[in-house]
Design a protein around this ligand. Structure first.
Ligand SMILES: [Fe+2]
Length: 228
């Protein structure tokens, strides 16, 4: 894995270890909902906290993707253990971005160099390797490794097709896409809920499993978007 010294970041929302620690505590302390997380999981969640502290957008993104994935799992009637896997994979899905270079983290221009694009395309792989190294459950690792794969093979980094994509990753992919569409990002303004649901419907089949997209659309229509 590439090195990335978080404490050396000069452009993030924090500039000291103390600020980083207090940011982590405020972001993740009261919301873990795990009475006593295993050491590997605690390490993974700590890293997710560092990612959130490193990038303001990820402060809410991981939490919302976890909430959407959990809700879709419940809507599909999955067993509680699988819903929990979805929630954790959602929370940790972008953890590989912790390895992004300072150049990419500090980049505020729309244009990315080929090296930066390659970094972005590798973050699911880095995330999976990182979580595997600290012995997080395989199902969570797979949800992270494959969350940018698409049914027509156009996803990254592996170019998997259709049923090769584990359901956990397919659910995370939909949750991630919907949150990206409905929140302001550096390169695009947030779409309305209806616009985002229509776009998602258009991606069904080509990018996402139509059955999962339909269940997600019903869930959002019935219960609305995630808070904050
Ligand atoms: Fe991602």
């Amino acid at each position: 894995m590439k090195g990335n010294a978080v404490t050396e970041t000069a452009c993030g929302p924090f500039r000291s270890v103390g600020r980083m620690a207090s940011t982590f505590t405020s972001l993740y302390g009261p919301d873990l909902r795990i009475p006593s997380p295993s050491p590997p999981l605690r390490q993974g969640l700590t890293l997710a906290g560092l990612l959130a502290a490193q990038d303001a957008y990820h402060q809410g993104h991981g939490r919302r993707v976890a909430a959407y994935a959990e809700r879709l799992g419940r809507r599909l009637g999955l067993p509680e253990a699988e819903v929990e896997i979805l929630r954790l994979a959602g929370r940790l899905h972008d953890i590989g971005k912790i390895a992004f270079s300072r150049d990419l983290l500090c980049n505020r221009r729309r244009r990315l160099s080929p090296a930066m694009v390659e970094e972005i395309r590798r973050h699911p792989l880095w995330g999976g390797e990182l979580l595997r190294a600290i012995e997080v459950a395989d199902a969570v690792v797979d949800g992270v490794r494959f969350h940018h794969e698409r049914r027509d093979g156009s996803g990254y980094p592996y170019g998997l097709h259709g049923e090769e994509i584990p359901q956990t990753a397919a659910v995370i992919g939909i949750a991630d896409c919907f949150d990206a569409l409905t929140t302001d990002r550096s390169y695009q303004k947030a779409r309305s809920i209806e616009e985002a649901l229509a776009l998602l419907a258009g991606f069904a089949g080509r990018s996402f499993d139509p059955r999962l997209v339909e269940a997600f659309r019903r869930e959002i229509r019935d219960h609305g978007p995630a808070a904050g």
